[in-house]
Design a protein around this ligand. Structure first.
Ligand code: SF4
Length: 244
């Protein structure tokens, strides 16, 4: 198998705005975000059954014409050496391909973009781009320069993209979100998403109350001063500010 596939959702109307998509989940991740909702994929992927690639491709082919794209997520897809081969298989069916990534492998990202293997990328920005803060949220040591490189590659790519930050009250505040937005000044799209206290990698997170949605809207309005478009996940169009 090129890359083990550990989950497949045949169609989703909410994952890629304006599109009907399938979703593929790949195992393992190099980060350990305490709020991660995929602890099984990250910590014990071998306990999950793999789905044959042929079965996924056959479903994609069957659905061509009404399913627009496929989202490849994880875990961290760029952890897999042969990710390009897998994505090319999807791309060759004629479907649009979006990669979800934590941005820790800029060289992989650049290669996929340069070879036109992906049509869209969604990158998590975990925290303001300061090593100590970033590592606090990511749960492991991080190379901040790699994260910055990925941001640059994406913003210069010319393909569709989205940056997103998961916000938990014990980790990030309004100033942090504004710091991130300032760093990605001019970005096309920045999404604020609420941390959810269920199925978290660190069970201590289960007792934390998320921010109320009004607070997140306030964060998005503040971040919206720096980027072209910013909203709270699930509220596209409700909070929108432009600089010009
Ligand atoms: S939330 Fe963090 S640990 Fe979980 S898959 Fe994403 S980057 Fe990896």
């Amino acid at each position: 198998m090129v890359v083990p596939i550990k989950g497949f959702i045949e169609n989703s109307l909410i994952e890629w705005e304006g599109k009907i998509v399938s979703i593929v989940f790949l195992p393992t991740c190099n980060l350990r975000c305490p709020y991660c909702h995929a602890p099984h994929l990250v910590q014990a992927p071998n306990e999950l059954e793999s789905i044959p690639l042929d079965a996924v491709v056959s479903k994609i082919r069957q659905n061509l014409g009404w399913v627009d794209g496929i989202v490849v997520t994880g875990g961290e897809p760029t952890s897999h050496r042969r990710l390009d081969v897998l994505l090319k298989v999807f791309k060759d069916t004629g479907i649009l391909v979006r990669l979800d990534t934590n941005g820790t492998n800029p060289h992989v990202l650049k290669d996929l973009i340069d070879r036109d293997i992906i049509d869209c990328v969604a990158m998590d920005i975990k925290a303001p781009l300061r090593k100590e803060k970033y590592e606090q949220i990511a749960g492991v040591s991080c190379n901040i320069e790699d994260i910055k490189k990925s941001i640059r590659i994406i913003m210069e790519s010319g393909i569709e993209y989205e940056f997103r930050t998961t916000v938990c009250p014990t980790q990030l505040n309004k100033d942090d979100i504004e710091d991130i937005a300032r760093y990605i000044r001019g970005a096309g799209r920045y999404i604020i998403q609420s941390f959810k206290p269920n199925h978290c990698l660190d069970t201590k997170m289960l007792n934390i109350e998320p921010y109320p949605v009004e607070t997140l809207r306030d964060f998005a309005a503040s971040a919206g001063k720096y980027v072209d478009y910013c909203c709270v996940r699930g509220e596209a169009g409700k909070v929108l500010q432009r600089n010009w």
